[in-house]
Design a protein around this ligand. Structure first.
Ligand code: PRX
Length: 649
């Protein structure tokens, strides 16, 4: 191990940590040697309404992918996150809400949250929502979003949260796919001092004539903006809550009852509805939240992720609440009203644990130490990172400037599909290496395979797969189990394929190198190249488009687009701007192309497959070493693209 890049567990951190290295080794081994015993032991951290009969019945066989945990058990997620805490910590704060504008915040105790969730669950029932119905939640980061999610779980409805930054078109596609009959939204959202017209977006999405399922839209008044009201369809959250009962019993749900759907991008086709189920997901979120963040009772914990992403589900909401933690929910963004916002919130609420994304870290780092100017920061004990590889420069800045060289950083690798963190340091156990997600969590068996699926041993690099199931794993793609099997279990048979590449060093530490498929990671947001391409070709002037990722200082990856216009349309700066706006409108601002290059033709194989390898190189100005281009249908297009790229730079 090269000493200069190794950060041992700080002595005073180790003294009070939940798990030290010896315990990690021993518990990890136990979880692999006897998964049934290990997970049966861990399952006692949940409250069950009926005991399960079998811990694990899982198969990764691509003819029969079938994943079941805690078979035949009954439990309720909201009861685990709320009811069981009431006796001991009913008056403890469950959610600290910090608004977009500094100076506005709210603290909600477990008792208050329980009452609101009961009331809203009653509202949902009165609106005709039944077990198994899908409820779409398109909301800003306000406590009512948490209430809505938990209320769904209370009555066994399946929530599908759609990130409030997605466009009406993207929202419509998701509603259509899961056939929601109810949408919960707000009049407007607030982010970075700006209003986001959520209700307008919902109205627009619902003009899609293919959507026939939606009967109700429940609207929370966040800003009081003047909005259009459809009497037959729209209902006011506050009015409904006033009419509801204070108590609604939690429904006993099967361990494998669907809990939520979350749409995420893949390398092909439209976003897929990743489905998670009840018991395994909750247990895994709770266990990882406690051990990865070394969460100790009474501490204030803050994950900055929006509830529109899986990180917001598992680590803003479900994990922390299942553990009876105090969790911060922040409506805004790190640089509003200025770059000190995160540091100010940390001081204001005495945050002990901060979990954020490299893109936020890099945007603060760009201004040197300004992000912590005037801040104290002494409440912090631990830092976390998620969503994309953290470059060592950002790691060091985070460690030194935010963590004051005192707080360990947990670089947590996982995915929407994995439900919770899979590869991560445990802060009291693991010596850190900047940029490495280090070692597997309990029960997780990563492996690296070559392109033929051969498992590679020792220090090496390859495709990252998982050899066996863990409780938090997604069970299926909503309505399309075939696609689930095809996407994750067919590439390397008998294993779950993550789509990521990784390196394992001589200490057995994992270093995630990024996606090996056609998925981009822009500011920690996953986006399929195919998705952006299909948005582009929907424009009347575009004949063809190819999208590749390029390195980007702040976003990690930027979106580089090659566009072939239809015959007779002239390229222009105006058209370029129009296409950028078009993609924003089709998908959302996060998908805005960083660069659009006109391409009279695209490099394709004779069978018509676009050779992205070549496009990726040209986009970064690497004109040499394009590899074998003799198999191209028209090798001449490469030279044209290089010339065009040169002219743009
Ligand atoms: O490529 C990996 C990257 O993000 C992908 C998962 O994206 P998503 O499903 O949106 O979930 C993001 C939050 C869990 C992974 O396939 N990724 C996530 N965390 C890390 C990471 N890459 C490197 N290091 C990480 N810590």
């Amino acid at each position: 191990m090269s000493a200069e890049q190794l950060y041992p567990v700080p002595q005073d951190f180790a003294c009070n940590a939940l798990i030290d290295d010896e315990q990690y080794q021993q518990m990890y081994q136990a979880s692999i040697d006897d998964p049934e015993g290990f997970w049966a032991g861990q399952a006692t951290r949940l409250s069950w309404m009926r005991p399960f009969r079998k811990v694990k019945r899982t198969s990764f066989d691509d003819h029969n992918v079938d994943i079941n945990w805690f078979v035949d058990g009954h439990l309720n997620v909201s009861a685990n996150c709320l009811d069981r805490h009431l006796a001991e910590r009913g008056d403890q704060v469950a959610i600290i809400w910090e608004a977009d504008e500094p100076g506005e915040s709210r603290s909600i105790t477990y008792r208050e949250l329980h009452r609101d969730v009961c009331r809203f669950a009653d509202v949902l029932k009165r609106q005709g929502v039944a077990q198994g119905d899908v409820v779409t939640i398109y909301m800003p980061m306000i406590p009512e979003a948490a209430v809505a999610m938990l209320a769904c779980t209370r009555i066994g409805a399946v929530h599908s949260v759609v990130f409030a930054g997605f466009s009406p078109e993207a929202l419509a596609g998701r509603i259509l796919d899961c056939k929601s009959n109810l949408v919960i939204t707000a009049d407007e959202g607030r982010r970075g001092g700006r209003s986001i017209p959520l209700k307008v977006n919902v109205d627009e999405a619902l003009t899609n004539p293919e959507i026939k399922s939606v009967e109700r839209v429940i609207v929370v008044r966040r800003t009081g903006a003047d909005i259009r009201w459809h009497e037959h369809r729209d209902r006011d959250y506050t009015v409904l809550m006033e009419q509801a009962d204070d108590f609604c019993p939690p429904d006993p749900m099967d361990s494998e009852a669907p809990l939520f759907i979350l749409y995420t991008s893949g390398s092909t086709g439209k976003p897929k509805g990743i489905m998670h189920t009840t018991a395994g997901y909750l247990l895994y979120a709770a266990l990882t939240h406690q051990y990865v963040f070394d969460y100790q009772p009474g501490e204030v914990y803050w994950c900055t992720a929006d509830i529109g992403w899986v990180t917001g589900h598992s680590y803003t909401l479900y994990g922390p609440l299942a553990n009876g933690a105090t969790t911060v929910m922040f409506e805004g963004i790190p640089n509003y009203p200025d770059v000190t916002r995160l540091a100010q919130i940390i001081d204001k609420h005495k945050v002990s644990i901060l979990y954020t994304a490299p893109t936020a870290i890099r945007s603060m780092m760009a201004l040197g130490k300004a992000a912590v100017e005037g801040a104290d920061g002494s409440s912090l004990r631990l830092l976390g990172s998620v969503g994309e590889p953290i470059n060592p420069e950002a790691w060091h800045w985070y460690y030194e400037t935010v963590g004051q060289s005192r707080c360990p950083i947990v670089d947590t690798w996982w995915q929407t599909e994995t439900g919770g963190i899979l590869i991560t340091p445990l802060p009291g156990a693991t010596a850190l290496k900047p940029g490495s997600a280090t070692r597997p969590f309990f029960g997780v068996q990563p492996a690296l395979v070559d392109n033929l699926g051969n498992v590679l041993e020792g220090a090496t690099e390859g495709n990252l797969v998982l050899l066996d199931s863990w409780p938090g794993q997604s069970r299926s793609i909503w309505g399309d189990h075939e696609r689930f099997v095809e996407t994750y279990f067919k590439t390397f048979k008998g294993t779950y394929f993550t789509g990521d590449g990784a390196r394992r060093d001589e200490d057995g530490y994992y270093w995630i190198t990024g996606r090996v498929d056609d998925v981009l990671n822009v500011s920690g947001h996953r986006m399929g190249t195919a998705e952006v391409e299909s948005a582009l070709v929907a424009h009347r002037h575009v004949a063809e488009a190819a999208v590749v990722g390029v390195p980007h200082d702040l976003k990690g990856q930027g979106i580089y687009v090659y566009v072939t216009l239809i015959e007779g349309v002239e390229p222009s700066e105006q058209l370029r701007q129009e296409l950028r706006q078009w993609v924003r409108r089709e998908i959302g601002p996060i998908a805005t192309p960083d660069c659009i290059q006109w391409a009279p033709g695209l490099p394709k194989t004779r069978s018509g497959k676009i050779m992205r390898r070549i496009l990726r190189k040209i986009a970064v100005g690497e004109y040499e070493g394009l590899g074998d281009i003799s198999t191209l249908a028209e090798p001449g297009v490469v030279e044209d693209l290089i010339n065009e790229h040169r002219a743009m730079m």
